[in-house]
Design a protein around this ligand. Structure first.
Ligand SMILES: Nc1ncnc2c1ncn2[C@@H]1O[C@H](COP(=O)(O)OP(=O)(O)OP(=O)(O)O)[C@@H](O)[C@H]1O
Length: 230
Protein backbone atom coordinates (compact mmCIF):
# COMPACT_ATOMS: atom_id res chain seq x y z
CA UNK A 1 0.00 0.00 0.00
CA UNK A 2 1.29 3.46 -0.93
CA UNK A 3 0.11 6.23 1.33
CA UNK A 4 0.51 9.89 0.39
CA UNK A 5 0.06 11.79 3.63
CA UNK A 6 -0.79 15.47 3.56
CA UNK A 7 1.67 16.03 0.77
CA UNK A 8 2.32 19.47 -0.70
CA UNK A 9 4.18 19.58 -3.96
CA UNK A 10 5.41 22.92 -5.27
CA UNK A 11 6.85 23.67 -8.72
CA UNK A 12 7.49 27.39 -9.21
CA UNK A 13 4.14 29.14 -8.76
CA UNK A 14 2.23 25.90 -9.00
CA UNK A 15 1.29 23.83 -5.96
CA UNK A 16 -0.61 20.59 -5.50
CA UNK A 17 -1.99 18.96 -2.34
CA UNK A 18 -2.45 15.20 -2.12
CA UNK A 19 -3.70 12.94 0.64
CA UNK A 20 -4.51 9.48 -0.64
CA UNK A 21 -3.97 5.74 -0.39
CA UNK A 22 -3.18 3.48 -3.34
CA UNK A 23 -3.75 -0.26 -2.84
CA UNK A 24 -1.86 -3.17 -4.43
CA UNK A 25 -3.58 -4.94 -7.30
CA UNK A 26 -5.73 -1.93 -8.16
CA UNK A 27 -5.67 0.06 -11.39
CA UNK A 28 -5.92 3.82 -11.00
CA UNK A 29 -6.56 6.40 -13.69
CA UNK A 30 -5.33 9.92 -12.92
CA UNK A 31 -7.50 12.40 -14.80
CA UNK A 32 -8.13 16.13 -14.77
CA UNK A 33 -7.71 19.31 -16.79
CA UNK A 34 -4.51 20.16 -18.63
CA UNK A 35 -2.01 21.77 -16.27
CA UNK A 36 -3.86 20.50 -13.16
CA UNK A 37 -0.81 18.61 -11.92
CA UNK A 38 -1.25 14.98 -13.01
CA UNK A 39 2.35 14.58 -14.24
CA UNK A 40 3.56 16.48 -11.19
CA UNK A 41 1.78 13.99 -8.93
CA UNK A 42 3.43 11.03 -10.68
CA UNK A 43 6.77 12.82 -10.57
CA UNK A 44 6.40 13.25 -6.81
CA UNK A 45 5.49 9.59 -6.30
CA UNK A 46 8.57 8.55 -8.31
CA UNK A 47 10.89 11.02 -6.60
CA UNK A 48 11.59 13.30 -9.57
CA UNK A 49 9.70 16.14 -7.90
CA UNK A 50 10.40 16.78 -4.19
CA UNK A 51 7.68 17.20 -1.56
CA UNK A 52 7.48 20.56 0.16
CA UNK A 53 5.78 18.92 3.14
CA UNK A 54 4.05 15.66 4.03
CA UNK A 55 5.20 12.10 3.42
CA UNK A 56 5.00 9.20 1.03
CA UNK A 57 4.86 5.85 2.82
CA UNK A 58 5.34 2.47 1.15
CA UNK A 59 4.21 -0.45 3.35
CA UNK A 60 4.49 1.94 6.29
CA UNK A 61 8.05 3.11 5.51
CA UNK A 62 8.72 6.75 4.68
CA UNK A 63 10.25 6.83 1.18
CA UNK A 64 9.90 10.61 0.68
CA UNK A 65 13.67 11.12 0.70
CA UNK A 66 14.57 8.02 -1.34
CA UNK A 67 16.10 8.40 -4.80
CA UNK A 68 13.86 7.41 -7.73
CA UNK A 69 15.84 4.20 -8.31
CA UNK A 70 15.30 3.05 -4.73
CA UNK A 71 11.54 3.48 -4.81
CA UNK A 72 9.14 0.58 -5.40
CA UNK A 73 7.95 1.94 -8.71
CA UNK A 74 8.78 2.15 -12.35
CA UNK A 75 7.54 4.82 -14.74
CA UNK A 76 6.72 4.67 -18.44
CA UNK A 77 6.66 7.96 -20.31
CA UNK A 78 4.82 8.84 -23.50
CA UNK A 79 7.99 8.90 -25.59
CA UNK A 80 8.94 5.44 -24.25
CA UNK A 81 12.48 6.61 -23.43
CA UNK A 82 14.13 4.08 -25.72
CA UNK A 83 17.78 4.70 -26.59
CA UNK A 84 18.10 4.80 -30.40
CA UNK A 85 21.65 3.40 -30.54
CA UNK A 86 20.83 0.31 -28.48
CA UNK A 87 18.99 -2.80 -29.62
CA UNK A 88 15.55 -3.65 -28.27
CA UNK A 89 17.13 -6.34 -26.08
CA UNK A 90 19.68 -3.89 -24.68
CA UNK A 91 17.00 -1.28 -24.05
CA UNK A 92 15.07 -3.82 -22.01
CA UNK A 93 18.27 -4.96 -20.28
CA UNK A 94 18.79 -1.42 -19.02
CA UNK A 95 15.82 -2.02 -16.74
CA UNK A 96 17.94 -4.57 -14.88
CA UNK A 97 21.44 -3.08 -15.13
CA UNK A 98 22.39 0.37 -16.39
CA UNK A 99 25.85 -0.96 -17.37
CA UNK A 100 24.23 -3.83 -19.32
CA UNK A 101 26.57 -6.44 -17.78
CA UNK A 102 23.79 -8.95 -17.45
CA UNK A 103 24.20 -12.41 -15.97
CA UNK A 104 22.80 -15.42 -17.83
CA UNK A 105 19.74 -15.39 -15.58
CA UNK A 106 19.19 -11.70 -16.27
CA UNK A 107 19.51 -12.26 -20.03
CA UNK A 108 16.87 -14.96 -19.72
CA UNK A 109 14.58 -12.53 -17.89
CA UNK A 110 14.98 -9.99 -20.68
CA UNK A 111 14.14 -12.57 -23.34
CA UNK A 112 11.14 -13.74 -21.30
CA UNK A 113 9.81 -10.19 -21.07
CA UNK A 114 10.31 -9.67 -24.80
CA UNK A 115 8.42 -12.90 -25.49
CA UNK A 116 5.66 -11.80 -23.14
CA UNK A 117 5.07 -8.58 -25.09
CA UNK A 118 5.35 -10.33 -28.46
CA UNK A 119 8.77 -8.99 -29.47
CA UNK A 120 10.89 -12.14 -29.29
CA UNK A 121 11.65 -11.92 -33.02
CA UNK A 122 12.62 -8.25 -32.84
CA UNK A 123 15.15 -8.31 -30.02
CA UNK A 124 18.18 -7.47 -32.18
CA UNK A 125 16.57 -4.48 -33.92
CA UNK A 126 17.03 -0.86 -33.02
CA UNK A 127 13.93 1.11 -31.93
CA UNK A 128 13.79 3.04 -35.23
CA UNK A 129 13.11 -0.24 -37.03
CA UNK A 130 9.99 -0.86 -34.91
CA UNK A 131 6.46 0.48 -35.37
CA UNK A 132 4.99 2.82 -32.73
CA UNK A 133 3.09 -0.04 -31.12
CA UNK A 134 6.19 -2.24 -31.06
CA UNK A 135 8.18 0.58 -29.43
CA UNK A 136 5.52 0.81 -26.73
CA UNK A 137 5.80 -2.95 -26.24
CA UNK A 138 9.58 -2.70 -25.89
CA UNK A 139 9.18 0.00 -23.24
CA UNK A 140 6.63 -2.19 -21.46
CA UNK A 141 9.05 -5.11 -21.48
CA UNK A 142 11.57 -2.88 -19.69
CA UNK A 143 8.92 -2.06 -17.08
CA UNK A 144 8.19 -5.77 -16.77
CA UNK A 145 11.78 -6.88 -16.09
CA UNK A 146 12.03 -4.40 -13.24
CA UNK A 147 9.15 -6.21 -11.52
CA UNK A 148 8.35 -3.31 -9.20
CA UNK A 149 5.10 -3.32 -7.22
CA UNK A 150 3.89 -0.01 -8.66
CA UNK A 151 3.74 0.80 -12.37
CA UNK A 152 3.26 4.45 -13.30
CA UNK A 153 2.27 5.44 -16.82
CA UNK A 154 2.06 9.04 -18.00
CA UNK A 155 -0.21 9.12 -21.08
CA UNK A 156 1.79 6.23 -22.46
CA UNK A 157 -0.18 5.44 -25.58
CA UNK A 158 -1.52 8.86 -26.56
CA UNK A 159 0.35 8.75 -29.88
CA UNK A 160 -1.17 5.43 -30.94
CA UNK A 161 -4.38 4.91 -32.91
CA UNK A 162 -7.52 3.74 -31.03
CA UNK A 163 -7.27 0.02 -31.85
CA UNK A 164 -3.59 -0.19 -30.96
CA UNK A 165 -4.13 1.87 -27.82
CA UNK A 166 -6.83 -0.53 -26.65
CA UNK A 167 -4.55 -3.47 -27.39
CA UNK A 168 -1.76 -1.88 -25.31
CA UNK A 169 -4.14 -1.06 -22.44
CA UNK A 170 -5.34 -4.66 -22.39
CA UNK A 171 -1.73 -5.89 -22.41
CA UNK A 172 -0.84 -3.57 -19.51
CA UNK A 173 -3.89 -4.81 -17.58
CA UNK A 174 -2.81 -8.42 -18.16
CA UNK A 175 0.78 -7.75 -17.11
CA UNK A 176 -0.12 -5.97 -13.87
CA UNK A 177 -2.66 -8.71 -13.06
CA UNK A 178 0.09 -11.33 -13.52
CA UNK A 179 2.55 -9.50 -11.28
CA UNK A 180 0.01 -8.16 -8.74
CA UNK A 181 1.37 -4.63 -9.25
CA UNK A 182 -0.76 -1.53 -8.85
CA UNK A 183 -1.15 0.60 -11.98
CA UNK A 184 -1.32 4.38 -11.84
CA UNK A 185 -1.98 5.86 -15.25
CA UNK A 186 -2.44 9.46 -16.37
CA UNK A 187 -4.87 9.73 -19.26
CA UNK A 188 -7.04 12.33 -20.97
CA UNK A 189 -9.34 9.75 -22.53
CA UNK A 190 -12.54 8.79 -20.67
CA UNK A 191 -12.69 5.60 -22.75
CA UNK A 192 -9.28 4.58 -21.34
CA UNK A 193 -10.67 5.06 -17.84
CA UNK A 194 -13.64 2.83 -18.59
CA UNK A 195 -11.45 0.22 -20.24
CA UNK A 196 -8.77 -0.19 -17.62
CA UNK A 197 -9.35 1.64 -14.34
CA UNK A 198 -10.87 0.33 -11.11
CA UNK A 199 -10.46 3.70 -9.42
CA UNK A 200 -10.07 7.32 -10.46
CA UNK A 201 -7.86 9.99 -8.89
CA UNK A 202 -9.28 13.34 -10.04
CA UNK A 203 -6.75 16.18 -10.06
CA UNK A 204 -8.10 19.72 -10.23
CA UNK A 205 -7.87 23.09 -8.52
CA UNK A 206 -4.62 22.32 -6.73
CA UNK A 207 -5.75 18.99 -5.25
CA UNK A 208 -5.44 15.31 -6.07
CA UNK A 209 -8.68 13.81 -4.74
CA UNK A 210 -8.81 10.47 -2.94
CA UNK A 211 -9.51 7.57 -5.36
CA UNK A 212 -13.12 6.82 -6.20
CA UNK A 213 -14.59 3.75 -7.97
CA UNK A 214 -14.25 4.40 -11.69
CA UNK A 215 -17.50 3.07 -13.13
CA UNK A 216 -19.78 4.88 -10.66
CA UNK A 217 -17.79 8.10 -10.97
CA UNK A 218 -17.84 8.12 -14.76
CA UNK A 219 -21.58 7.26 -14.84
CA UNK A 220 -22.41 10.03 -12.41
CA UNK A 221 -19.60 12.61 -12.34
CA UNK A 222 -19.62 15.43 -9.78
CA UNK A 223 -19.76 18.98 -11.25
CA UNK A 224 -16.00 19.59 -11.52
CA UNK A 225 -15.43 16.26 -13.28
CA UNK A 226 -18.49 16.79 -15.48
CA UNK A 227 -17.10 20.17 -16.55
CA UNK A 228 -13.78 18.52 -17.43
CA UNK A 229 -15.36 15.65 -19.35
CA UNK A 230 -17.51 18.11 -21.32
N1 LIG B 1 9.64 22.34 -13.86
C1 LIG B 1 8.58 23.14 -13.63
N2 LIG B 1 8.77 24.36 -13.05
C2 LIG B 1 7.72 25.17 -12.78
N3 LIG B 1 6.43 24.85 -13.06
C3 LIG B 1 6.20 23.66 -13.65
C4 LIG B 1 7.25 22.74 -13.96
N4 LIG B 1 6.71 21.63 -14.51
C5 LIG B 1 5.38 21.85 -14.57
N5 LIG B 1 5.08 23.06 -14.04
C6 LIG B 1 3.72 23.64 -13.90
O1 LIG B 1 3.00 22.78 -13.03
C7 LIG B 1 1.64 22.73 -13.44
C8 LIG B 1 1.19 21.31 -13.57
O2 LIG B 1 1.82 20.69 -14.67
P1 LIG B 1 1.59 19.16 -15.02
O3 LIG B 1 2.44 18.86 -16.20
O4 LIG B 1 1.77 18.35 -13.80
O5 LIG B 1 0.03 19.14 -15.43
P2 LIG B 1 -0.79 17.98 -16.12
O6 LIG B 1 -2.08 17.89 -15.37
O7 LIG B 1 0.03 16.75 -16.22
O8 LIG B 1 -1.04 18.64 -17.55
P3 LIG B 1 -1.25 17.98 -19.00
O9 LIG B 1 -2.55 17.24 -18.94
O10 LIG B 1 -1.35 19.17 -19.90
O11 LIG B 1 -0.07 17.10 -19.29
C9 LIG B 1 1.52 23.54 -14.72
O12 LIG B 1 1.01 24.80 -14.38
C10 LIG B 1 2.95 23.64 -15.19
O13 LIG B 1 3.14 24.83 -15.91
Amino acid sequence: MLRVEQAKIALGDFSLAADLVLEQGQRYAVIGPSGAGKSTLLGALCGFVPLQSGQILWQGRDISQDDPGQRPMTMLFQDNNLFPHLTVQQNVGLGLRPDLRLSGAEQAKVLDALRRVGLADHSAKRPAALSGGQQSRAALARVLVQARPLVLLDEPFAALGPALRNEMLDLVAELVAETGAALIMVTHAPEDVRRIADQVVFVAEGRAEAPQPAAALMDNPPPALRAYLG
